[in-house]
Design a protein around this ligand. Structure first.
Ligand SMILES: [Zn+2]
Length: 299
């Protein structure tokens, strides 16, 4: 109820996915206010951080931030095996819908997914705001990656058979605008494949404000479940054809390092134990963390 009262006295807050003003306070985390839309169930940071500022922060240190509990990745390059295996599994999920053609990845990072897609016959292009990551992909893998935002890339209408957005939508302050831009560049009958942290997962429901999905608040500004993401897709002219858990491969060392946000001593002890058992590199698939969605451009 307090959210309702606060909202009546302050400026109207409108959900960026469905435009409803039936929006209430959810949690305060690390000084950020999270709001929840009761119409589509989207959760978002309010006020949203400045987009230009975020893009500046995605430069140099994002992929080697040294502190993954606050921002970016401690060392993204050490995760190549897991990221490529996740890419191969996502490509298998895409197979029933599309097996070739022109593929665009928005938020391509270092281009490992593009590299895997290319070996399966896709003609690939990427867009990436981090200049360091894009340059690395272009230089080392020879995959074409535009440095900037999707809109800055000024792509032609109806150009792509498939667009993928892996763990990107949660970072965007204007996700609906991005989905509409993707609809514009997709051919009629083309597909969009998305993964996002799943706010509808059993983890999010059980853990509430302590859900690990909130660790990257500010970097992650929108939190989705099946309902809110489907609705946003629909508003952008995309028809959802599949929603399920996304493959998400991690090694045990990475997983244990994430536990440090709950208990540093426990994470330290577990890390030592994994070392003794030679299990630090063991990969596991966290099936219940990310949501995978496939959608088709109908008109
Ligand atoms: Zn909404």
């Amino acid at each position: 109820m307090s959210g309702r009262v606060l909202q009546m006295s302050g400026p109207a807050v409108v959900c960026g996915l469905c435009s409803s003003s039936d929006v209430h306070d959810l949690y305060q985390i690390k000084g950020w206010q999270l709001k929840k839309c009761h119409t589509c169930e989207a959760v978002f940071v309010f006020p949203l951080p400045d987009c230009e500022e975020l893009i500046r922060d995605y430069q140099d240190n994002y992929f080697s931030s040294g502190d993954h509990l606050e921002w970016g990745y401690e060392d993204y390059f050490s995760l190549e095996d897991e990221i490529r295996e996740t890419a191969r599994r996502r490509l298998r999920l895409m197979q029933p819908y599309i097996r070739g053609g022109k593929l665009l990845e928005a938020g391509a990072a270092t281009g490992w997914f593009l590299d895997e897609a290319r070996t399966r016959g896709f003609e690939v292009r990427g867009v990436e705001v981090s200049e360091t990551a894009a340059k690395w992909g272009e230089g080392s893998l020879k995959v074409p990656i535009f440095k900037g935002t999707l809109r800055e890339a000024k792509l032609a209408d109806d150009e792509f058979d498939v667009v993928v957005l892996w763990d990107v939508l949660e970072h965007l302050t204007e996700p609906l605008t991005e989905l509409r831009e993707i609809h514009r560049v997709l051919k009629k009958g083309g597909y969009l494949f998305v993964s996002v942290p799943d706010f509808g997962s059993v983890w999010a429901r059980l853990m509430g404000r302590r859900w690990f999905g909130f660790t990257k608040i500010r970097e992650h500004v929108y939190y989705y479940n099946r309902r809110s993401l489907s609705r946003a897709m629909g508003r952008a002219g995309l028809k959802v054809v599949n929603a399920q858990s996304s493959p998400f491969l991690v090694n045990l060392d990475f997983l244990v390092s994430k536990l440090a946000q709950y208990s540093k001593p426990a994470a330290g002890a577990l890390s030592k134990l994994l070392g003794w058992l030679h299990l630090r590199d063991r990969k596991i698939n966290l099936r219940t963390v990310d949501l995978f969605m496939a959608a088709r451009k109908e008109v």
